[in-house]
Design a protein. Structure first.
Length: 404
């Protein structure tokens, strides 16, 4: 704990945290910030388990807070930079919406409501740690609270991270490229089983509100059809197209990629229960399995009375685990340096970004003012349930830009 008190000879202390789901590329971003900061005379403190670490801290120098933070060194971050996930760990904690049952033990007698705003505790804990600037790495949920802290007057800079690539204000988020790369690779591997048994292959991928993780692999040839949350699909129409694709394929199989938030034309998102997380999200319940069953049941109607069997595979965490690909190895380094540059310049309330092929930054409030979803008119063929190919001239690397 004595390391935290040695602030007089330093420019300040920077805290850094990762929230929400893990993705490859988080550790390189943490390393990039840490190396720059230490060499420029700052102290680095890693906040553990996202916002949870700033909720659970006991403000006592004799207390064991090793589960909440650690002082970062070059040797530490150098060891983990090439690995996937986040060595600081993560959570989906939202400090201004903490249920009574989730309160840390030392606050249970202080906060009595069923749902509590612990922002005052977070601010006191940041002061206790001597943190002058905070870098939050996360998706729109994690960053919405970062924007809230900024509005409370604390100096915050944000780095966009999510395999769904749906943070407004940036064309690219850490984790997206690895997700797309893995999805393409796994789809191609699973073709061997689909072809061997002459079946439909139904692949479900992450994507609650935005369909980028299904659309981009489909654009690269990973699937015949794709279903996204932004456009409700007709299962009869999909079945007819899948059977047609099946017949056209010499090996008699066809593939559909489905975002977890996709919806039938006469329904809503499929949830596994009514329980919600701190950000109000219900757990999704497996649209891929339902589509697979319906495809199998309806296939005989378009295949001369003969049913086509289905292979269903939920790719899930396998596309977000392991080491980052090339893009998610160097973009986080640039994002990390951009975040530190903002701190050096005395700027806060900013989100580092990559827009139209150029690195920069936008207002942090962008993440709570806008939604980033697939522009169906521009990028999705609603007649064919496929990516829409029009004109790529002048488009950035990832094609679908953030128009915010």
């Amino acid at each position: 704990m004595t390391e935290l008190t040695k602030t007089k000879t330093r420019k300040g202390t920077i805290g850094i945290l990762t929230g929400g789901g893990d993705v490859p590329g988080l550790n390189p971003a943490i390393r990039a910030v840490t190396i720059r900061a230490l060499r420029e005379g700052y102290r680095m403190v890693g906040i553990k388990r996202g916002w949870r670490g700033l909720v659970d801290i006991v403000r006592d120098f004799e207390a064991d807070n090793t589960n909440c933070f650690e002082v970062l060194t070059e040797s530490l971050v150098n060891r983990i930079a090439r690995s996937g996930g986040t060595f600081l760990h993560s959570s989906r904690t939202r400090p201004n919406n903490v249920k009574k049952n989730d309160l840390p033990e030392h606050l249970q007698d202080v906060f009595k409501k069923d749902v509590n705003d612990l922002t005052p505790e977070v601010l006191k804990n940041l002061e206790f740690l001597g943190v002058n600037f905070l870098i939050a790495i996360g998706g729109d949920d994690t960053l919405s609270y970062a924007a809230h802290l900024h509005q409370q007057g604390f100096k915050v800079v944000a780095i966009p991270k999510t395999m769904d690539n749906d943070v407004p204000g940036t064309d690219y988020c850490i984790g997206f490229s690895t997700c797309v790369t893995r999805t393409i690779d796994l789809a191609n591997q699973l073709r061997t089983s689909a072809g061997s048994h002459e079946r439909f292959l139904v692949l479900e991928v992450f994507g609650r509100y935005a369909g980028f993780t299904a659309l981009m692999p489909a654009m690269a040839g990973a699937a015949n059809r794709c279903l996204i949350p932004e456009y409700q699909f007709d299962i009869e129409k999909l079945t007819e197209m899948m059977v047609r694709d099946w017949h056209r394929n010499p090996s008699h199989y066809s593939v559909v990629l489905i975002s977890e938030g996709a919806m039938f034309s006469d329904g809503e998102m499929i949830f596994s229960g009514d329980e919600v997380d701190a950000y109000g999200h219900k757990k999704l319940g497996g649209i891929g399995s339902m589509v697979g069953q319906k495809l199998q049941e309806l296939s005989a109607n378009y295949n001369n009375g003969r049913m086509i069997n289905t292979i269903e595979q939920r790719l899930g965490y396998i596309v977000r685990s392991g080491n980052p690909d090339a893009l998610d190895s160097f973009v986080p380094i640039i994002f990390g340096n951009l975040a530190f540059d903002l701190i050096q310049a005395g700027k806060s309330g900013r989100l580092v970004s990559l827009r139209n092929g150029k690195y920069g930054d936008v207002r942090l409030e962008t993440v709570i003012e806008q939604k980033k979803i697939v522009d169906v008119e521009k990028y999705y063929n609603t007649e064919r349930y496929r990516p829409l190919y029009k004109n790529f001239h002048g488009k950035p690397l990832m094609i679908m830009t953030s128009d915010v």
